[in-house]
Design a protein. Structure first.
Length: 329
């Protein structure tokens, strides 16, 4: 097997690329495994959740906004400018039992195609928004047709101003996103599959106290209507099975996220109860020395491009210091 890399970075969202920029400038010759595109059931792309975001308007430094895919292309170009090597493959498995660590790679996302070794690793594989999984939902999410999994990212776009909008879900994220949307929308509907919310009382109150807030109980979305942009949703009552149409110009899916940590199963890296990487302190250290984590894979709470980028920087600095302390030069 070839010599071990100093630093492997798994993942190619804002956390991974920022870690790569810092590590490359610190002459750690980082290798980024940027991942293989797949459907899971929604799209999972190299570049992460931003690849499904049209306009990013809340990342500092872009006064006129930037598209998510353009931003990720620019992050990658900046990382490559300083010598980052990028491999468009997945890491299927990690063996942290001895150093340097060994990683099993795959060029199709399923089958083992090789092995590499590295002295340190930054896990930056993100978390994937859960989707209902309807064909028209995915089509309009991909085309920027008014279906999104992030109201804080997309909700302030002009197309949603003074329009009826809907949020699917009954948890804290749904309440937070719906409350945010009440600032712009004519009406915000929560579509929830049961007759009581999972969200904390305070988050429920925050939403329900808005004059343009409405909850549709015992309802699921069975189709998303509209050719180029959303015109409405078809609902089904979970008790009576009755169907009804609701006219909305935006649909925000807030039914949870799944952290991309399946490949860490049996690796010994400590995960929390929801499957996110558990960090040791307010830095990027996991329970295994030499294994660091950054971005949404270790953050169920903020999930913003700018917070992920900040965590990527932290992880690169932690890894650099750890490598120096362990005589890897
Ligand atoms: P969550 O608590 O797991 O809630 C997901 C919601 O989506 C639930 O209401 C669930 O319905 C619904 N759901 C799941 N699958 C569905 C499907 N296929 N179709 C329709 N509905 C579906 O997820 P979350 O709201 O993203 O919150 C995740 C964690 O972050 C929580 O611990 C939360 O407290 C925390 N958080 C905190 C804040 C804050 O404090 N500021 C903000 C956001 C998130 P059921 O209720 O029927 O299961």
């Amino acid at each position: 097997m070839a010599d071990a890399h100093k630093l492997l970075i798994i993942g190619s969202g804002p956390a991974g690329w920022t870690a790569a920029i810092y590590a490359a400038r610190a002459q750690l010759s980082p290798v980024v495994y940027s991942g293989v595109p797949k459907q899971d059931p929604g799209p999972v792309l190299p570049g992460g959740q931003l690849m499904l975001t049209t306009e990013v308007e809340n990342y500092p430094g872009f006064p006129h906004g930037v598209t998510g895919p353009q931003m990720m292309a620019d992050f990658q170009a900046q990382a490559e400018r300083f010598g980052t090597k990028v491999i468009g493959e997945d890491i299927l498995r990690c063996d942290f039992s001895k150093r340097p660590f060994t990683f099993t790679t795959s060029n199709d996302g399923k089958n083992e195609t090789g092995q590499i070794r590295a002295h340190a690793v930054i896990i930056a594989t993100g978390a994937v928004a859960n989707w209902i999984g309807l064909p028209n939902e995915m089509r309009l999410a991909r085309s920027g047709g008014g279906v999104s999994a992030c109201a804080v990212c997309d909700g302030a776009l002009p197309a949603f101003r003074s329009q009826p909008l809907a949020v699917v879900g009954g948890g804290d994220t749904a309440m937070e996103e719906a409350s945010y949307l009440t600032k712009f929308a004519s009406t915000v509907y929560i579509i929830h599959r049961r007759d009581s919310l999972r969200a904390s009382k305070i988050m429920q109150e925050r939403f329900l106290s808005r004059p343009n807030a409405k909850v549709l109980w015992n309802k699921v979305v069975v189709d998303v209507l509209g050719e180029n942009s959303i015109e409405g949703v078809m609902l089904e009552d979970t008790v009576t099975r009755e169907r009804s149409r609701l006219d909305v110009r935006g649909l925000f899916i807030a039914i949870g996220h799944t952290p991309a940590t399946r490949f860490l199963k049996d690796s010994g890296v400590e995960l929390d109860a929801s499957g996110y990487v558990a960090l040791k302190r307010r830095d990027s250290y996991t329970n295994i020395p030499g294994v660091f984590a950054a971005g949404d894979v270790a953050d169920a709470n903020y999930r913003q491009a700018v917070t992920a980028a900040g965590m990527g920087c932290t992880a690169a600095l932690d890894a650099e210091r750890w490598l120096a302390a362990n005589d890897v030069h």
